[in-house]
Structures are given as C-alpha cells and as structure tokens.
Design a protein around this ligand. Structure first.
Ligand code: COA
Length: 333
C-alpha cells in the first residue's frame, strides 16, 4: 500500500484587502480591539460576481495541478470542503468539475467547517492508499464576507472571517515512509449550535421567515466565542499529540505545525502548551483572517513558498471548528 503525498498545492485569495480600519467605518469596532483579541490586521473580501466559491477553488486547484504535473483530464476524484457552498444544493464539487473541465468523475462535498480540509484529506488519501485512484483533487474554499452580520449582534464574528481558497493534488508516493502518515477525525455534535448558521435549513416547517434576516436571526452565524476558545485550546493539542503518538514521534520531532487559523491567540496558546518554537508554527491569520476550510492549505502554501516545508520534513496539520469538529494529519513531506 502506497501512502498519499501532496504532489501539488496552491492557493488563491481575492485582491480586495479589508483592513480593521475599513471595517470600523462600516461597523462598531476598532483596529485596537480586533488586533488585541484576535491578532487579525486585515482579510480579503471577494467580489462574488466574479470570484464565486467554486471559481476561487478552481484558481487554487489549477496551481496545485500545475505543481503536481497533472491536468483536469487526469483528475480521478474531487473532494470539496466548504461551509459556504455556492448553492444549498448541489454542492460546489460538481461546479468545480464543470469549471475545470474534468471528466465525469466523482465529486464529494465535505461539510466539516474549519476541519473541512483535514477531513477532506483523510477521505482523499484513502482512495490513493487503496490504489483506486492516482490523482485526487482536494479543495477548501470559502466566501464569508457576504454572510456576516455587521451589526453589534454579530461584530465579534464579522471581524474574524475572510474569503479565500486552497487546494492540493494527492498522488501515490513512490518513496516508502513519505506522504500522509495518518489522519485523525473527531466530532462532538452536542455543541453544534455554539458556532453555527442554522437558517434557512430544513429543520423548521416554515423554512424561511423574514425575521431570520434581522440582526440576531438564524440567517447569520452565531458563536459562543469564549466557549469555542476554551474547547479549541484543549482539542488542538490533544489531536496533534494523537497524531504524534500514533506514529511514535515526540513534539520535538515535528518540523512544522500548520494549525487552522481560528484566532492568533488560540495558535499562540497551542504553541506554548506544546512547547513549539516560533519557527515550527506558521500563522497567516494576521493577513487573511479565518478562512475556515481554506486556512490550512493557504498556510501550507505560504510556508512552502517561504522554504519552511522541505523534503523529508515532518509536518502536522490540525484543525478545530464548528460542529464541533477537530482533526489532524501527520505528513512526512
Ligand atoms: N469590536 C469592539 N467590541 C466588540 C466587538 C468588536 N468587533 N465584538 C464584541 N465586542 C464587545 C462586546 O460587545 C463586549 O462588550 P461588553 O463587555 O460591553 O458587553 C466585549 O467586547 C467583550 O465581548 P466578548 O464577545 O465577550 O469578547 P471575547 O473576549 O470573548 O472575544 C472573540 C471575542 C470572538 C475574539 C473570542 O471569544 C474568540 O476569539 N473566540 C474564539 C473564536 C474562534 O476562534 N472562532 C473560530 C473557530 S474556528
């Protein structure tokens, strides 16, 4: 059985930079408050007429395919992670299949929010390991900017999120011991409503009501920030340690941790708790905010471009988010 390797990676973020000062012109907030609580300085907002979720996903995917030396015709399967799908249904995976001009291959949408990319990686690698497919395209893409509540009700959430996309092409690794070593997935649905958008869903007789779009209505994300924070700083170290234990490694063996970018304070807390030096963790939240399923591949690409991911390195991807879901992947690059 061959491991799956990330043969190509790519990312795309919209050009439009929205600073904290820009936000403070349209809502009741300040650069000082945002930086102090989250570390975020700016984020990107897409022009959704052009950069739809699947269009951004395609832009990231083309870069990943180029690096992997493959093309849409050769892709065997699409795994698409997002919480901000273009349509209620069908999922964005089929839109990407059309956009890229792939064959009539399978397209799986993954709904695991901030853990979406790692969940997707876990799914994708199974098809490679079993030998069923040679090229699996994994995408994480999000459009948050048009779904946020910019009133006082939602300001603690609106300041966090940004738009962007990341992708990877998985192929069988020809080198023994390299590629994805293991993945670890978890969920705790009793906290589903602690970080969620619940309307218009299919859980009420009256699927849509105008009250839903009023501030505080179910159309907008709700988040119990402190509860999310507390759970995140517990689950991140747990699931990273789980991946290390599974493969017989210690924290000191790790060359790089790419944590999902929820909040810089969460990343710093995890770094400290695990005793990782600054050069072994890569954060991007200052520039892009929280891009949910896209944040890990964006971080991975940036770290790779900066020469922080080298041949033979031990890299851990870890995520926590809405669901709650949390997950990790350990990769020998
Ligand atoms: N600008 C200015 N003031 C704001 C604000 C904003 N954007 N958002 C909230 N406030 C105010 C609140 O109204 C409140 O005011 P009050 O004390 O007068 O009532 C005060 O700031 C504190 O609000 P609170 O929501 O308790 O802040 P907090 O310290 O919990 O910080 C988060 C909020 C969201 C930054 C923090 O809880 C957090 O980062 N949680 C984790 C979230 C996360 O990572 N989510 C993604 C998971 S994948």
């Amino acid at each position: 059985m061959k491991n799956a390797k990330l043969a190509g990676i790519g990312y795309y973020v919209p050009e439009n930079i929205v600073t904290n000062d820009d936000l403070s012109k349209i809502m009741n907030t300040s650069d000082e408050w945002i930086v102090e609580r989250t570390g975020i300085k700016e984020r990107r907002y897409a022009n959704v007429e052009e950069d739809k979720n699947y269009v951004m996903g395609a832009k990231a995917a083309r870069k990943a395919m180029k690096m992997a030396g493959t093309n849409p015709e050769e892709i065997d399967l699409i795994v698409y992670a997002t919480l901000s799908a273009d349509y209620v249904f069908p999922g964005s995976g089929v839109l990407l299949q059309k956009e890229l001009g792939c064959k009539h291959i399978g397209a799986i949408d993954v709904r695991a929010q901030c853990s979406g990319f790692v969940y997707g990686l876990s799914i994708a690698e199974q098809y490679i390991k079993t030998g069923m497919y040679k090229n699996v395209l994994l995408v994480g893409s999000e459009i948050h900017s048009i779904g946020l509540d910019y009133t006082d009700n939602g300001r603690h959430i609106a300041i966090i999120f940004g738009d962007g996309a990341g992708a990877a092409v998985l192929q069988p690794s020809e080198e023994k011991g390299k590629g994805v070593l293991s993945t670890h997935l978890h969920s705790e649905g009793e906290h589903a409503e602690q970080l969620a958008v619940i309307d218009p869903g299919f859980h009420k007789k009256e699927r849509f009501h105008p009250d839903m779009i009023k501030p505080g209505g179910g159309f907008y994300p709700v988040m119990n920030g402190q509860f999310v924070f507390k759970n995140a700083v517990t689950r991140f170290p747990e699931v990273i340690q789980e991946a290390l234990d599974k493969n017989g490694y210690a924290v000191s063996d790790l060359d790089l941790l790419i944590p999902h970018q929820a909040n810089l304070r969460i990343s710093q807390f995890v770094q400290k708790k695990m005793g990782l030096p600054d050069e072994k963790i890569h954060n991007t939240i200052m520039k892009y905010g929280n891009t949910t399923a896209a944040s890990i591949p964006i971080g991975l690409c940036e770290a790779y471009e900066a020469g922080k991911v080298k041949d033979g390195d031990l890299v851990c991807l870890a995520a926590f988010g809405s669901g709650f879901t949390w997950a990790s992947a350990l990769i020998r690059w």
